[in-house]
Design a binder for this molecule. Structure first.
Ligand code: ADP
Length: 627
């Protein structure tokens, strides 16, 4: 570092380099969004200053009118976005514009495909931000001075977006930040007043601070305020167009795709607040990281207080973006105070209901959008079934399933759809849980149900084994796992005990149990099977096999449990077994029948090599016997 100028050249973090390249490549057809991003950052900086000034009014005193200036210079080929907001120290500047601190960034960037459209969508999940300046500029300068710092404590940052940036000491007469873009030759269209004015109106009209536009190249050109400069959520709903709502969402989320739905409400009475909540169109890349703070932007009487205020919605609704503007919370409210605030529970309850209502409305009003929602966020709703007893009934209406009524793996059937198709005597909602769509769809457990025309919900999301225990009832109908316990189907005669069913085949069952006793709890005659010789089922009180595998994989020690083997006495392989007089061969075949039942259910055999050896031997034996 040079001692007089403090000049140093630093390399971008690898992730930043990758992001820069991707952004330039995949967002080119949306290049104008850079302006929204820079104005958005400037507005955030003004918000942050106003917040800090609650405690330290001297930070803002000499220049209390917060504003954003966009200016351009045709001759110099430059465009600047300038604010009198919070500004940055040297350390902040290097950290903010040289690294990405969010966890999981590297993994996220690895998913990029090189396909412009797909990558653009992915970058939308990540948030666009400052680096989008390099889509249109071949050099970017940032001159910033932190609020409260002296004239000569400013810093200049500069980069061509290739791999490095420089920072050096600089002077700046007042607090705030100016970002200057040296536009690429082919991007000079952004140096026209008319073009900039319409872009600011389009993208930044709702910014709560005035955005002024001026032509630096022209002497005597007057600054004019281009936007309406009122916070969008403070305006009446009827005055706000869909476009405005959408643009505001993009400002909030740094997403560049439209949201699926929004809900804007003003609550009056005991507690007064305005909420504007959005359902994004794509899940953020770190949705499944429940540790990363996510939440609403909190304002108190229009003063920005904090980002990611997670206290206003339950964790399972962490994908919702939006703003809360409270009239009665104190301006000095902190996360800790929010946690203790007696009104919070009621507010969270009301906002949760708002979100669920908004989703219910979306599901009945726009099937296509709801399908997108379900694909992106369906599993969080399943978390809600587990975590939010109070709203269980409402949340259940939001669930969507693949079922045996369709050949497609689409999760598009609601419980209401299912119930409306239930057969006359059917009392239960049948479901099966497994690891993939393929395994559950072709599970032997479904055979009888298929034959009887009974529909079954197919569950194969990671969270499903947990969720099913919390389903309770839907419209008075209980849920029944078809892979568990004894299965009594409607219109089969009265429920007969398993003992009575086993009675006729006692000898065979006993012989099999003797051979398989280390691996199964019991051998029973099945009531579920039609085409398959056998299947394994879980006993009523045992953990579901998927759940067991997951818990074991995470290192939990679980009490040993063995499945029940059910055999189909009408199947030729089982008939052969019962007429087999050679003990050796009976043993071989009994083991193969069990192995196949386990394989069909998706269980890995404990000793696959042993299975293959037995199978080969058995095939050779029957061949030697002449078939
Ligand atoms: P994001 O805004 O999503 O955090 P950016 O890459 O746009 O990401 O910006 C990174 C960080 O740089 C911001 O979080 C903010 O701390 C800082 N920053 C950017 N622009 C400004 C500005 N005009 N004034 C103060 N800080 C800024």
């Amino acid at each position: 570092m040079s001692e007089t100028t403090g000049r140093e050249t630093l390399g971008f973090q690898t992730e930043v380099r990758q992001l820069l390249q991707l952004m330039i490549h995949s967002l080119y057809s949306n290049k104008e969004i850079f302006l929204r991003e820079l104005v958005s950052n400037a507005s955030d900086a003004a918000d942050k200053l106003r917040f800090e000034a609650i405690e330290l009014p001297e930070l803002i005193k000499e220049d209390p009118d917060l504003r954003i200036r966009v200016s351009f210079n045709g001759e110099a080929g430059t465009l600047s976005v300038s604010d009198n907001g919070i500004g940055m120290t040297r350390e902040e500047l290097v950290a903010n514009l040289g690294t990405i601190a969010r966890s999981g960034t590297a993994e996220f960037l690895q998913q990029m495909t090189g396909d412009e459209k797909k990558d653009a969508k992915l970058i939308g999940q990540f948030g666009v931000g400052f680096y989008s300046a390099f889509i249109v500029a071949d050099r970017v300068e940032v001159l910033t001075r932190k609020a409260g710092a002296g004239d000569n404590e400013a810093v200049r940052w500069e980069s061509d977006g290739q791999g490095e940036f420089t920072v050096e000491n600089a002077e700046r007469g007042s607090r705030g930040t100016t970002v200057t873009l040296h536009l690429k030759d082919e991007e000079k269209e952004f140096l026209q007043e008319f073009r900039l004015e319409s872009l600011i109106r389009k993208y930044s009209d709702h910014i709560a601070f005035p955005v002024l536009l001026s032509n630096e190249g022209e002497k005597g050109d007057e600054e004019k305020t281009v936007n309406s400069a009122t916070a969008l959520w403070t305006r009446p709903r009827t005055d706000i167009s869909d476009d405005e709502y959408q643009e505001f969402y993009k400002h909030l989320s740094h997403d560049f795709a439209d949201p699926l739905a929004w809900s804007h409400n003003k609550v009056e009475g005991k507690r007064e607040y305005t909420s504007l909540l959005y359902v994004p169109g794509t899940a953020p890349y770190d949705l499944w990281n429940r540790e990363v703070p996510k939440g609403l932007k909190l304002y108190v009487q229009r003063v920005f207080i904090m980002d990611d205020a997670e206290q206003f919605l339950p964790l399972y609704l962490r994908f919702i973006k939006g703003v809360i503007d409270s009239a009665d919370l104190p301006l000095n409210v902190s996360r800790e105070l929010l946690q203790k605030n007696a009104d919070m529970d009621a507010m969270r309850g009301a906002l949760t209901r708002r979100v669920i209502d908004m989703l219910n409305k979306l599901s009945s009003g726009d099937a296509e959008k709801y399908a997108t929602f379900w694909q992106e966020f369906g599993q969080t709703i399943k978390e809600g079934i587990i975590e939010d007893k109070q709203n269980a009934e409402r949340l259940m209406k939001l669930l969507r399933f693949a079922t045996t009524a369709s050949d497609l793996s689409k999760q598009d059937q609601s419980l209401g759809d299912y119930v409306s198709r239930m057969t006359e005597n059917q009392e239960k909602i049948y479901y099966i849980v497994g690891e993939t769509y393929e395994t559950v769809k072709s599970s032997p457990h479904l055979e009888q149900l298929r034959e009887k025309g009974l529909e079954v919900l197919l569950l194969y999301d990671r969270i499903d084994p947990w969720m099913v225990d919390h389903l309770g009832e839907f419209e008075g109908k209980a849920f029944q796992d078809v892979g568990r316990g004894q299965l009594a189907l409607p219109d089969s005669d009265d429920i007969i005990t398993q003992d009575a069913i086993n009675d006729e085949h006692k000898a065979l069952l006993k012989k099999m149990k003797r051979i398989l006793k280390d691996r199964v709890e019991a051998v029973n005659v099945s009531q579920r099977l039609v085409d398959s010789p056998a299947c394994v089922v879980t006993s009523e009180q045992d953990l579901a096999p998927q759940l067991r595998r997951m818990l074991e994989a995470s290192g939990q020690a679980l009490p040993e449990s063995k499945p029940i083997l059910e055999i189909n006495v009408k199947h030729p392989l089982v008939t052969r077994l019962s007429s087999e007089s050679d003990d050796e061969r009976f043993g071989q075949l009994a083991k193969i029948v069990l192995d196949h039942a386990l394989l069909a259910e998706g269980t890995q055999l404990e000793n696959p090599a042993d299975y293959v050896r037995r199978m080969n031997q058995y095939l050779l034996d029957i061949e030697a016997d002449g078939g």
